[in-house]
Ligand binder design. Structure first.
Ligand SMILES: [Zn+2]
Length: 266
């Protein structure tokens, strides 16, 4: 496990009511509203204590966590969910496709090589483009499946003075090693329709308006590199439309290359 998954990072404001409360690589986001807070990503089984410290350092109450969301039902993003739900009674909302994996603690994942995690109850099943609203803030769930069956990219808008900014939190944009995108060498695809899901995911991501570019892992959007620039440049470092487009192009071409290799039987 990479050190940066568990190494803490001082929490900080990203934009408006959106804050970073994750580790150096496993991203957690807190959306603060007048009716309580929304937490995106519970991370590892050991992460809730660190996330709580970050939330409290910012001056917010852990008990005000009303809704828990996640980027994708892999253990590095959801293993802490059960504990957070027990501790805060947050309503747990999960994209279709990831619901069974959450409830089974990873046992029903199409990729049997991944670690399991404490199963978590699900209060609401989300579908593509459903919205989650609390205290005047609305977050939209975009189903960007393929990495997991219910991998979710979250979008919201933040406000800074008279400016409105479009935020994209990428859920995942490529297959893990060993995942079969097509049937070949006598083995079936990892799940039926996985390649079609990725096609739709890249089209969905390309169509999203994006000012502030974020993701489930810090490495998706160069969290540490950008953070080092904050003292000189301020929170404008998070505004990175071009970085988003460029990363999307790179991930899609890596995906197309992998797909072509699998289709040719490699
Ligand atoms: Zn994953």
């Amino acid at each position: 496990m990479p050190d940066d998954w568990t190494k803490p990072l001082p929490p900080f404001q990203i934009s408006g009511n959106l804050y970073y409360v994750g580790s150096r690589d496993l991203a957690s986001y807190l959306v603060v509203t007048s009716a309580g807070n929304i937490l995106i990503n519970a991370n590892l089984e050991s992460s809730p204590a660190l996330i709580r410290v970050s939330v409290e350092k910012l001056g917010f109450k852990w008990a005000d966590t009303r809704i828990l969301l996640s980027s994708q039902a892999h253990y590095d993003h959801v293993a802490g969910a059960a504990e957070i739900i027990r501790g805060t009674h947050a309503r747990h909302m999960v994209m279709e496709g990831d619901v069974e994996v959450m409830k089974s603690g990873g046992a029903t994942d199409f990729d049997p090589s991944l670690p399991h995690f404490p199963p978590a109850p699900v209060d609401r099943t989300l579908h593509d483009k459903n919205t989650v609203s609390l205290g005047g803030t609305t977050i939209t769930a975009h189903k960007t499946a393929g990495h997991t069956r219910g991998c979710t990219t979250w979008t919201l808008q933040t406000h800074e003075g008279s400016r409105t900014l479009d935020v994209v939190i990428v859920g995942g944009w490529g297959p893990n090693p060993g995942v079969r995108l097509v049937a070949s060498k006598g083995k079936p695809a990892s799940y039926p329709g996985i390649a079609a899901d990725f096609d739709k995911t890249f089209a969905t991501l390309a169509a999203l308006p994006c000012d502030i570019y974020l993701g489930a892992h810090g490495v998706y959007f160069d969290l540490l590199g950008k953070l080092a620039r904050v003292p000189r440049e301020g929170n404008a470092v998070w505004i990175d439309k071009e970085g988003y487009r460029q990363a999307l192009t790179e991930h899609e071409s890596a995906y197309r290359k992998e797909l072509a290799a699998q289709e040719s039987g490699k």
